[in-house]
Write a protein that binds this ligand. Sequence first.
Ligand code: HEC
Length: 101
Amino acid sequence: MKKVLLCLALALLVAPSITMASDGAGLFVQKCGACHKRGGTAPSVNPADKAGVVWKKYFSRGRHPEDLAATINDAELETVILYLKAHAADSDQPAAAVIPK
Ligand code: HEC
């Protein structure tokens, strides 16, 4: 019985991080995909284009050529960066990313 309760507790702990990841995919497609899609104002972007550390610095050092303040808030950008890192070139699953089309 104790083991069952322990498993339940673990499942509840893990569940929010799974939701976070899908939020990241959704935000990435919705917010970044607003421009980065076929026929959009910018070329397609794939998390596997860069390594995880590069993604983090890309936004924190203001390397993105377009001002994103009107499109995405800080918390949303953080979530997207976690998603980009999870599917970055040096991640475990670079091919699993959902990419805006
Ligand atoms: C308002 C439109 C817009 C939004 C929203 C936007 N971008 Fe961009 N992005 C651009 C433009 C324009 C460029 C420059 C494209 C070029 O150089 O041809 C660019 C360039 C980039 C580049 C460099 C591409 C390269 O080949 O060097 C990356 C990476 C990038 N964006 C990632 C993102 C991510 C991730 C998001 C979401 C957090 C995002 N962008 C949201 C317009 C946008």
